[in-house]
Design a protein around this ligand. Structure first.
Ligand SMILES: Nc1ncnc2c1ncn2[C@@H]1O[C@H](COP(=O)(O)OP(=O)(O)OP(=O)(O)O)[C@@H](O)[C@H]1O
Ligand SMILES: [Mg+2]
Length: 348
């Protein structure tokens, strides 16, 4: 929809829709991530990032719910923040969780997102991030407990506000993976502040441009097998791929994928992991028994090491995170087709 010449007044709605979709996916990712969290660590994928731009999108997403509640959402972002190396997907997940909590637990007053530069050297910057609200606050004896999974500050929280108690444990793991710690400063009836410092590497404007520049794709006529059991993902995936002039074939489970790869000649396979009948790992192992050349890219919502290594072990060449951006998907497919990364040939 965002691509078919919308009127100016439609653009904003489309953007809002895109971003609220992303929030839903973000929440889904919370749950998916959590199920893996105990046994593994989060891996980060830092890219050159303009924090100011990223944070403005966050305001756009949350502003409607603030309006509805009659509270204000203030952004206080230093205007001289440098371009930094940051895993922006994970950083957004932290900010989104903390800002949605702040809004949820505040009925009067304001929620403030503040990012200030504490120190800058030739190659790093120290940033202080704070999400502050004038809401119900958290009793002192709960300050430690709210970091535990499925824990809420009071037994009435779920009844009054909903939620599952997964937001903060995930915030904690991500911020710790980034080498820092979140502090709570909160008093019942006054409000709460969640804050942390991050030491980040600087990136140059050139690096940012390089990273965001749209590549010209030359994928015309290449044949791709999309293996995915979810109808909506198939629809979205097909649209993106066909728009780039790829010829798309679909398999709805792993077994069908193995059969199709045996009978056809594809330039690449996009493989979902969780599917009925045969999952993506098993299907890839089966395919590698008779075909070691066609690139197979996993489509995965997880960013955990364990999943990544399982993907490589089963003979796939790499992975694409869900939710994916169209450009990113096409970049990855093109890279996979060009680079001839040898697949890890599977014994057994
Ligand atoms: N800004 C805040 N003000 C008051 N209480 C808070 C705030 N943030 C978190 N809490 C307390 O900490 C608990 C845990 O937060 P967490 O984000 O982990 O779970 P949740 O928001 O209840 O559910 P979920 O994030 O899974 O939807 C909340 O249930 C609430 O009791
Ligand atoms: Mg929460």
């Amino acid at each position: 929809m965002g691509d078919s010449n919308p009127r100016q007044d439609q653009v904003q709605n489309i953007e809002a829709l895109n971003y609220s979709g992303k929030i839903l996916l973000n929440l889904l990712n919370n749950v998916l991530d959590f199920s893996k969290m105990e046994s593994t660590t989060i891996t980060l994928d830092p890219i050159p990032t303009n924090i100011m731009l990223a944070v403005k999108q966050i305001k756009k997403i949350h502003e409607p719910s603030c309006l509805r509640k009659g509270i204000t959402l203030e952004l206080e972002i230093d205007d001289d923040l440098p371009i930094v190396q940051l895993d922006i997907v994970r950083f957004n997940q932290v900010i989104n969780n903390l800002v949605s909590n702040a809004i949820k637990f505040t009925d009067e007053g304001s929620v403030t997102l503040r990012i200030t530069k504490l120190n800058e050297t030739t190659d790093t910057v120290l940033l202080h991030t704070e999400i502050k609200d004038t809401g119900i606050g958290i009793a002192q004896d709960q300050h430690e407990k709210v970091w535990q999974a499925f824990t809420q500050a009071s037994t009435s929280t779920n009844r009054l506000y909903g939620g599952t108690g997964l937001g903060l444990p995930i915030v904690k793991s991500i911020v710790e993976a980034m080498g820092s710690q979140v502090k709570i400063d909160s008093e019942p009836g006054v409000g709460s502040s969640f804050n942390f410092d991050l030491q980040l590497k600087l990136a140059s404007n050139d690096e940012l441009e390089q990273a965001t520049k749209k590549k010209e794709h030359d994928l015309k006529g290449k044949r791709i097998l999309l293996v995915e059991d979810n109808q909506i993902n198939v629809m979205v995936g097909r649209q993106i791929l066909e728009k780039a002039n790829l010829v798309v074939d679909v398999a709805y489970d792993g077994q069908e994928a193995v059969n199709k790869v045996r009978e056809n000649n594809y330039d690449a396979v996009l493989m979902d992991i969780q599917m009925p009948i045969m999952d993506g790992y098993t299907a890839s192992k089966e395919i590698r028994k008779f075909n070691t050349v066609t690139p197979i890219m996993a489509l995965s919502a997880s960013v955990f090491m364990e999943v990544k290594s399982k993907i490589i072990e089963s003979g796939m060449n790499g992975f694409i995170f869900k939710p994916f951006e169209p450009e990113d998907l096409l970049d990855k497919i093109e890279d996979a087709m060009q680079s001839n990364i040898p697949a890890n040939v599977v014994a057994n």
